[in-house]
Ligand binder design. Structure first.
Ligand SMILES: *Cc1c(COP(=O)(O)O)cnc(C)c1O
Length: 407
């Protein structure tokens, strides 16, 4: 068949965005992206010269505010045009080569992704698997590190995928360090929602994305490297295979005011505002807001008569995993709550749960009441008993009790 050489016609079915977007936007209460503050949205609508004087002020401030947010003095803060996964790949691809051994603590989908990336970077990958719903066996972890003596250990601070939390990250990092390993941590959903101290805990690379804990737009991310990590990058014998993700090339833009690739200027401005709001709120108050809102939401969900997937000691607060009773399915819940109540929650990767985010702007009281009401009503609509009144009372009490204790 000869290929047609007819010109391609203008598509006739295209409707403007205003006609496609819902009149009432969905309340984004899933595992990300999350709602963004007005200041972030406004910044995201601006385009400026990516190499001009204004941009260099913006970049310097982004790095200073990122240092506070990551709790690091390291100068090696870099941004990346891409999702959290691009920051993850930037950290791994620059720190790992074909001669590396990498031990990946795997307790969910994203920690598995880090193992996959390390393998693609040519490393010998050792997976240390842990069931997220049980306390992590530190002795077994240390034995694995001592046995394999990896160059890098990868850990996901909060596994958004199954809502488990590595509460003993500081201890895990200490163990890895003790055996001479660099520590790479995915903090996409936890940075600025729960304490993480890069320097004090001896972490060598921290990865974050915009659209989760930072309550920024998707597609612009940050990574911070320690001095030890930077030494490793500088002593590479072969260049990083990914030109766009090459950390040394990225310093052209992030440290020398010159060109690597055209930076996503609007996204960097948005990130600037997201970080500024973190600084204005302070980490302490932001952590407390997340803890209080998530705890109250969890109490409300349990008072509805539903169960949370993960036991309290390993439970992630940034994303809450609610068990969906067998009478319905997580797909049905997500669809119904979206269509009927204009609230968006997430399903999961094969688990019978729905996930409700508690990151950034999701942790605001009106959003919690609306979400809990929508969840309880959805369950009732789908034939699952749910005590709406008890749920909303428990949510209200959770928010007030802690508030009273604080002040
Ligand atoms: C969402 C998420 C990622 C991936 O971020 P993307 O922006 O989707 O690439 C990685 N790790 C964790 C813990 C996440 O929650």
């Amino acid at each position: 068949m000869p290929t047609s050489t007819r010109p391609i016609a203008i598509p006739s079915h295209i409707r403007p965005l205003d006609e496609i977007l819902p009149t009432e936007p969905l309340l984004m209460m899933g595992a990300g992206p999350v709602p963004i503050p007005h200041a972030v949205a406004r910044a995201n609508s601006i385009v400026i010269n990516h190499l001009g004087e204004t941009m260099s002020v913006v970049i310097a401030q982004v790095k200073d505010m990122a240092r506070y947010t990551f709790q690091t003095q390291s100068e090696w803060i870099l941004g990346v045009a891409g999702p959290g996964s691009a920051a993850m790949e930037m950290a791994i691809a620059n720190l790992v080569d074909a001669r590396s051994r990498v031990l990946c603590l795997v307790n969910g989908y994203f920690s598995q992704r880090m193992a996959e990336m390390a393998g693609r970077a040519g490393a010998q990958v050792l997976v240390h698997e842990a069931a997220g719903t049980q306390p992590l066996d530190l002795t077994a972890f240390e034995a694995a590190v001592a046995q394999h003596r990896p160059h890098c250990v990868t850990i996901v601070h909060g596994e958004t995928s199954n809502t488990t939390f590595n509460a003993n990250l500081a201890e895990l990092a200490r163990i890895a360090k003790r055996h001479g390993s660099l520590v790479i941590v995915d903090a996409v959903c936890t940075l600025s929602t729960t304490p993480l101290q890069m320097d004090a805990w001896g972490i060598d690379a921290v990865i974050t994305g915009g659209q989760k804990g930072l309550s920024c737009i998707p597609g612009v991310s940050l990574v911070a490297f320690s001095n030890a990590a930077w030494d490793r990058i500088n002593s590479r014998s072969s260049p990083t295979a990914h030109w766009c993700l090459d950390a040394r090339l990225a310093t052209n833009f992030w440290h020398r005011g010159s060109y690597h690739y055209t930076a996503p200027v609007s996204g960097v401005l948005a990130l600037h505002e997201a970080l500024r709001l973190v600084c204005t709120e302070t980490l302490e108050r932001r952590f407390e807001r997340h803890r209080r809102c998530s705890a109250a939401l969890q109490a409300g969900i349990e008072a509805l008569g539903l169960q949370l997937l993960v036991p309290p000691a390993q439970r992630l607060h940034s994303v809450v995993g609610v068990v969906v009773p067998p009478a319905t399915s997580n797909q049905a819940v997500c669809q119904h709550i979206s269509r009927q109540y204009q609230v968006e929650v997430s399903g999961s990767f094969g688990l019978p749960i729905v996930r409700i985010g508690q990151m950034g702007e999701q942790c605001r009281e009106p959003n919690l009441f609306r979400t809990l009401h929508a969840l309880g009503s959805t369950m009732q609509d789908l034939g699952v008993p749910a005590d709406l009144t008890a749920g909303l009372v428990a949510l209200e009490r959770g928010l007030r009790q802690v508030g009273a204790a604080e002040g």
